[in-house]
Design a protein around this ligand. Sequence first.
Ligand SMILES: N[C@@H](CCC(=O)N[C@@H](CS)C(=O)NCC(=O)O)C(=O)O
Length: 261
Amino acid sequence: MASSSSQALPKLTVYRGFDWPGRYTWSPFVNKLETRLRLAGVPYVAAPGSVRQAPMGKIPYVDLGNGETMGDSTLITRRLVGDGVLPDLNAGLSPAQKAQDLALRALMEDKIYFYGVRERWRDNYVTMRSTVMAAIPYPIQLIIGLLAYNKATGALNGQGTGRLTQDQVAVFQQEAWEALNHLLSEARLNAPARSRDAPFWILGGEQPTEADATLMGFIVSTLVCTAAPEAGKVVRGFPILVDYCRRIHDRYFSDYEKWTE
Ligand SMILES: N[C@@H](CCC(=O)N[C@@H](CS)C(=O)NCC(=O)O)C(=O)O
């Protein structure tokens, strides 16, 4: 992707875990990091990589351009802000706005994420396994898939989402996306007058904040993931969420294949 920054930028490689050039991945955290970079016009190379090679055992991870690798979308963002590669999107926020931004990210990363893990890895395990492990020969897929399944269900039980009933998860998931929808509908209504198709931002300001990268990442991963049909239905049931995502897609990801409406 193109960048207009005048600064000498390192050759950043984002390892996405999926060998899907020109497509969003199913990982909300990968899409979050890519959004964060694109919002600032920072160029990067997308590469598949894998959780086995990842420094923290998770995707995304990056090569900072000097051979140094690091994982975790938030830590990577903080490092790039510290290095002057990315702007600090939240620098101009009041302490209360910073708290709101952090709470929104926690809602997605620490709540909605686990509803997704449950639906993907527990309820639609075969679709999940055959997609994320497509590069692995089938017999090995069965073994590694089982390990991944056990790891996911163990994590879900530890975190608590695995102990809820299907109905309870459905209620919580609806509630969480509805809350985000309320905020976005207010933000869209009060958005500074611009072109009708310009992106608007979750805190209602002129510029995106950290929560926007996360929100874009989570919405788009839900829209493209065929292993999470229930979450997909919930998100599609809130047209403002889809509109928010579409506007960011059109402005920043026009080289990527779009989701099915
Ligand atoms: N806190 C991490 C979370 C990353 C994460 O959970 N990635 C998932 C894919 S969405 C993963 O790699 N899971 C594989 C595993 O846990 O083994 C971040 O922000 O990057």
